[in-house]
Ligand binder design. Structure first.
Ligand code: C2E
Ligand code: MG
Ligand code: MG
Ligand code: MG
Length: 286
């Protein structure tokens, strides 16, 4: 195929791309059966309320334990799953498993209150006709409170979306599910779209918080984040910051009024029990 031949030309100059080509080939063959073989698993990364440091919930991040290549991150196989359509069954599984897990956290929590779980939706899932019914079925089967589920969609998935295309999202909101706009600021951020998109949470991409990792923080970056937070709050949206890696960042972002934060400073993505431990520690220190 032309594409493969094009790839071969670069292999000579770049051994890395050779490795990637082989890997990609191996992945393409394996992907369709990986789900039934039980090769996917989910790691959860806590979302922290900046006001009091408590755990609000966690984002579900899928991984593939490949028999030859070891644990692969989503960036290594989600694009492939999207181009083959495998993302629809895979995404359905992530949703089911995350909802079941969130319900389990709730069962084991001291106060019995719902624990929130964030699940990423790819554009293919968003525009798949069965989405709303699937989400409704998962909520029904697991008994998860709809307000404990937040679906993350990227800005780029919504580019050019008209009223018709937004219908599934509006129906999800009607179910009580929250929608977050993920990786905000990395695409063509259309600020006026924040007015009419059916979202309740803005996730600021870590590109924004890079400049405030160390003292002294970049004053322009601080101003930009401050401006976005103020705009979001005016529009009734909460703001989550991604990729918080240092105490400096956490302090600045709290002062700038961000609502929740996620990042290595608090916790890396990890197994489900990890969150339970954090929540317990949280409850004990409260
Ligand atoms: P995302 O939704 O923006 O998720 C955040 C990514 O940032 C995760 O990468 C997470 O591990 C990473 N991260 C978190 N804290 C830090 C930090 O402090 N520093 C740095 N440098 N990185 C941090 P991950 O797990 O590799 O996921 C990458 C992307 O893959 C996600 O970006 C999301 O768009 C996509 N993805 C993950 N799981 C799923 C899924 O189940 N379905 C779909 N459609 N996409 C998924
Ligand atoms: Mg996300
Ligand atoms: Mg994100
Ligand atoms: Mg991101």
């Amino acid at each position: 195929r032309a594409k493969a031949a094009g790839g071969n030309r670069y292999e000579v100059a770049d051994p890395d791309s050779d490795a990637r080509a082989i890997t990609r080939h191996g992945l393409t063959n394996r992907l369709p059966t990986a789900l039934e073989r039980g090769e996917f698993f989910i790691e959860y990364q806590p979302l922290i309320r900046l006001a009091d440091g408590s755990v609000q919930g966690a984002e579900a991040l899928v991984r593939w334990c490949h028999p030859l290549h070891g644990v692969l991150g989503p960036d290594q196989f989600i694009p492939l799953a999207e181009s083959t359509g495998q993302i629809v069954p895979l995404g359905r599984w992530v949703l089911q498993e995350s909802a079941r897990q969130a319900r389990e956290w709730q069962r084991r929590s001291a106060d019995g209150l719902p624990v929130r779980v964030n699940v990423n939706l790819s554009p293919c899932q968003l525009y798949h006709p069965g989405l709303v019914d699937e989400v409704a079925a998962v909520l029904e089967e697991t008994g998860l409170d709809p307000t404990a589920l937040c679906l993350e969609v990227t800005e780029s998935a919504l580019i050019g979306a008209d009223e018709d295309a937004l219908k599934p999202l509006r129906r999800l909101v009607d179910l009580g599910v929250d929608i977050a706009l993920d990786d905000f600021g990395t695409g063509y951020s259309n600020l006026s779209s924040l007015r009419w998109l059916p979202i309740s949470n803005l996730k600021l991409d870590r590109a924004f918080t890079r400049g405030i990792r160390q003292h002294p923080a970049d004053p322009v970056d601080l101003k930009i984040v401050e401006g976005i937070v103020s705009l979001a709050h005016t529009l009734g949206l909460t703001v989550t910051v991604e990729g918080v890696e240092t105490r400096t960042q956490a302090e600045h972002l709290g002062l700038l009024g961000c609502d929740t934060a996620q990042g290595w400073y608090y916790a890396r993505p990890g197994p489900p029990d990890h969150l339970h431990t954090l929540t317990l520690a949280d409850a004990m220190s409260a």
